[in-house]
Design a protein around this ligand. Structure first.
Ligand SMILES: Nc1ncnc2c1ncn2[C@@H]1O[C@H](COP(=O)(O)OP(=O)(O)O)[C@@H](O)[C@H]1O
Ligand SMILES: O=C(OP(=O)(O)O)[C@H](O)COP(=O)(O)O
Length: 398
């Protein structure tokens, strides 16, 4: 696929550049960014545009507010965090279209950077509504997409607006696509995929295709609970999408047919409260108390994950194996990440991991630096791996 890059942008002095970035960063309850990888990755594009005299207008989403204005999902705290990394002020407008955005843009000088409020505060964003895309496009002269990790969404700010303005790929978009192609176009077998995390419904469908591309699939985190429940096990109060049981069974059957080995947890760390240092115990997955929730994989399951990593030549990983943000439920994720890092350093494994929280987990484990490649993308990375066309990339096609 060919698209224009920043190299194709001639004179952009004083031009209004709408730059789609992914600032969907992990944040604690106090509004502090707990992992800045996604911020760091978009700095080169912002700096390049700013240095060339453009008025840089950032479009981004945060969380899943479903078209409502949800205060806890405001991007305002991220504007300050971004300014700290950019070492330059970042203005903020409290809406991504309409008067407040227009006035904030009017006030920009060459090289200034402005962040617009969460695009998902408007229903038109996720619907990719033509009027919403038009309202965005009216704010800029040029569109640049640097949000590879949101490119699997055909939304107003990732797809619709790209069709209305001269469009370009940003440096991170370009680098991600090149790095993933270099690392995984012809992966050395056996290939192991590890899929965990919490976004069960948005990722489970991908697994049916994935099992035909990989030799082993470790299913962990909230995703595993859905598979365990589909086998008839009681997962108590665990994060679990019971209505996806049929899908889980279909994936298991597809894996058998394709000769892909599925590795599910056999034991689990359970607790009755979702808080740091809550009283916890390790139980077999068929003995989860009805009033408890699975928050991490147990030691036997971790050994099985490590054995799979030891057997693999290539690892692709999205989604933590437990609620790693809360101690001690980071045990499985940290142990697996460190083992994969060691195998990579020893030259036995090519390891590629991605996803906003996955990257945060790898950083938490001190393992990210040793991985072969760390992508900002989780869902987009899995879709890319499947060979799916990503709408946000497709819209940039010349
Ligand atoms: N057993 C579990 N119960 C609840 N949450 C979990 C569990 N396992 C993992 N998680 C949560 O999954 C989240 C990450 O999921 P996800 O967004 O899919 O990953 P990524 O952002 O890397 O793509 C983390 O916040 C983690 O706490
Ligand atoms: O965090 C993201 O994806 P990821 O959790 O798959 O890494 C992206 O910002 C996309 O967010 P979405 O899954 O709410 O569309």
């Amino acid at each position: 696929m060919t698209f224009k890059t920043l190299d194709d942008l001639a004179d952009i002095k004083a031009k209004r550049v709408l730059l789609r970035v992914d600032l969907n960063v992990p944040m604690d309850d106090a509004g502090k960014v707990t992992d800045a990888t996604r911020i760091e990755r978009v700095l080169p594009t912002i700096q390049e545009l700013s240095a060339k005299g453009a008025k840089v207008i950032l479009l981004a989403h945060f969380g899943r507010p479903k078209g409502e204005r949800v205060a806890s999902m405001s991007l305002e705290p991220v504007a300050q965090a971004l300014a700290d990394y950019l070492l330059q002020p970042v203005d903020f407008a409290d809406d991504c279209i309409g008067t407040s955005a227009e006035e904030a843009i009017e006030a920009l000088s060459e090289g200034d950077v402005l962040l617009l409020e969460n695009t998902r505060f408007h229903k038109g964003e996720e619907k990719n509504d033509a009027e919403f895309a038009k309202a965005l496009a009216a704010l800029g002269d040029i569109y640049v997409n640097d949000a590879f990790s949101a490119a699997h969404r055909a939304h107003g700010s990732t797809e619709g607006v790209a069709r209305l303005l001269p469009s370009y790929a940003g440096r991170t978009m370009q680098a991600e696509l090149e790095a993933l192609a270099a690392a995984l176009s012809t992966p050395v077998r056996p290939v192991l995929a590890v899929v965990g995390g919490a976004k069960v419904s948005s990722k489970i469908d991908l697994l049916e295709n994935l099992v035909s591309k990989v030799d082993m699939l470790v299913i962990g985190g909230g995703m595993a609970n859905t598979f365990l429940a589909a086998q008839g096990l009681d997962v108590g109060k665990s994060l679990c999408e019971h209505d996806l049981a049929d899908t889980a069974r279909k994936i298991t059957a597809a894996a058998e047919k394709a000769g892909c080995k599925i590795i599910l947890p056999t034991d689990a760390v359970v607790a009755r409260e979702f808080k740091a240092n809550a009283a916890s115990e390790t139980v077999a997955v068929d003995a989860v108390p009805a009033d408890a929730m699975i928050l991490d994989a147990g030691a036997a399951s971790v050994d099985a994950v490590k054995a799979s990593i030891a057997d693999a030549a290539t690892l692709v990983w999205n989604g933590p194996l437990g609620a790693f943000e809360i101690a001690p439920f980071d045990m499985a994720t940290v142990a697996a990440a460190r083992f994969a890092a060691e195998q990579t350093t020893a030259g036995k494994l090519k390891s590629v991991a991605g996803g906003g929280d996955t990257v945060a987990a790898l950083n938490h484990a001190g393992a990210a630096e040793s991985f072969s490649y760390v992508s900002t993308a989780g869902g987009a990375f899995l879709e890319w791996l499947e060979g799916k066309e990503l709408p946000g990339v497709k819209a940039l096609e010349i």
